[in-house]
Design a protein around this ligand. Structure first.
Ligand SMILES: [Zn+2]
Length: 466
């Protein structure tokens, strides 16, 4: 069989890995979008580097857009087969891919206005909501731990990756004339003590492993004090200073973690009586899907749900769907907590809330996720006193602080621990993907110290005959 790397090679987005079997069947692992800005990425998203019509099947690790976000284009360009994933991933893709299509559709309207002014030809969106509707019909859910036979050569079983709801490690068995190859794709690996999701689990012995390496040279901060710090920030901002606390958060995962933390504080009667707004329609959908898949939850939250059946709902918590309702929050000076997307502060309703509150000394911005270099979030965190929002200059008077212990990705010790279920002598190669090149080089050394001897760092379009 041939394994070729069609994305997330020496970079963190655009996950796509292609298997070609001895008999010429083609199976694609993930079909993610490149999400960094830049013309290069736009080209790479439009040109997949293989013919989708020739694919026999897709197996999807999880619903994040850098893993699933280019599936609609795959259908648009002629793919007719099934997309295998866990039931929770299917439900999440329903809302996340539709949201992605709406972003592409509105971005292109904005871009085309400028191109029309400049006399340039108009562009079409990468895909539309119609393409997403067609794509969703191809999804075929397979529960964790159920072996599924695709054809006489390829079968697979999903094990829990612990990264987000529904995230799976894909364990493939590929039969050839004289041998059987065991290939595992980790997808993204979660952390052993996620607040909500079950921990990553042991997976069957593999001959080859395609392994993510996002935090291949980093250790996360201790999370044991995170709840106390959050509570202190709520008290200082909302009670002592009578201000608003803004928490930018990804709609899926981080938002539910923060809401669940506040829910527990409420149950313990520690949370001050302030209103908490979750201001993101996508978060509302994602939360509902999480509620429907509580079988993916760890034992801590399952135990908690015996006392409080809804860990994502309490008195004073308000989910805001409507734009007008969202605007009303800023018309009032009442102290409150606002959780809104996007986590990176580059788009979404959080920008409106920042626009209204950034100049107020009694308000706080609490960053609980990754902010890429050059983003608004990054500039605020490093302490810039003057920033532009919607083209308007603002003096930063609000307090800006961060809680760095939240992460959906394992750090390097946690990945090595996750891989410790393997006998390194039996692993012929580990291919590092989904990381920056310098991080991968550091991680390669750490893996070799852990006993894994053959580590490859493939370039885009590199292929290996296994
Ligand atoms: Zn992910």
């Amino acid at each position: 069989m041939i394994l070729s790397f069609k994305g997330a090679a020496k970079t963190v987005t655009g996950s796509k890995h292609l298997i070609t079997t001895q008999k010429g069947k083609k199976i694609l692992l993930d079909c993610g979008l490149y999400q960094n800005s830049g013309r290069d990425n736009e080209d790479k998203n439009r040109n997949l580097g293989f013919n989708p019509a020739e694919l026999d099947a897709v197996i999807l690790s999880h619903a994040h857009i850098d893993h699933s976000g280019n599936l609609p284009l795959l259908i648009k360009q002629g793919f007719t087969g099934r997309i295998y994933c866990t039931p929770a991933t299917k439900d999440l893709c329903d809302v996340m891919l539709m949201d992605s299509a709406h972003i592409h559709e509105s971005d292109i309207v904005f871009l085309n206005k400028r191109r029309a002014r400049e006399g340039k030809s108009l562009l079409k969106p990468l895909y539309t909501s119609k393409d997403v509707s067609r794509c969703l019909k191809h999804f075929y859910p397979i529960p964790y731990h159920n072996e599924f036979v695709i054809n006489d050569e390829v079968s697979f079983v999903f094990s829990n990756a612990g990264h987000i709801l529904g995230a799976a490690v894909i364990n493939l068995t590929i039969k050839e004339e004289n041998k059987t190859i065991r290939l595992t794709f980790t997808g993204d690996i979660g952390r052993p003590h996620d607040l909500i999701i079950k921990a990553p689990e042991k997976f069957p012995q593999a001959d080859y492993i395609i392994c993510e390496s996002t935090y291949g040279n980093r250790l996360h901060e201790d999370s044991s004090m995170a709840t106390d710090r959050l509570l202190n920030i709520v008290r200082e901002t909302c009670i002592e200073n009578k201000g608003k606390l803004l928490i930018p958060a990804f709609s899926l995962g981080r938002t539910q973690e923060i809401v669940y933390t506040l829910d527990r504080l409420k149950t313990m009667e520690l949370l001050p009586p302030v209103k908490v707004y979750v201001d993101s329609p996508l978060s509302i959908d994602a939360t509902e899907i999480m509620r429907n898949h509580s079988d993916c939850f760890n034992s801590d939250i399952q135990d908690y749900m015996k006392v409080d059946p809804d860990p994502f709902g309490f008195k004073n918590l308000i989910y805001v769907q409507d734009v007008e309702e969202s605007k009303k929050i800023n018309a009032s000076d009442e102290p409150c907590i606002i959780i809104a997307a996007s986590g990176m502060m580059e788009a979404g309703r959080i920008k409106h809330h920042l626009h209204h509150n950034i100049g107020k000394e009694n308000c706080t911005l609490l960053v609980v996720g990754f902010v890429p270099p050059n983003s608004l979030g990054h500039r605020l965190l490093r302490g810039d006193k003057q920033v532009k929002i919607f083209g308007e200059e603002h003096s930063v008077k609000m307090r800006v602080t961060a809680l760095n212990s939240y992460s959906a990705h394992a750090d390097y010790k946690e990945i090595i621990n996750f891989l410790s279920c393997q006998n390194p002598q039996e692993v012929k190669k580990i291919f590092l993907v989904h990381g920056n090149e310098d991080v991968m080089f550091d991680f390669k050394i750490k893996l070799m110290e852990a006993g894994f001897n053959h580590i490859e760092i493939p370039d885009l379009n590199d292929y290996y005959d296994l």
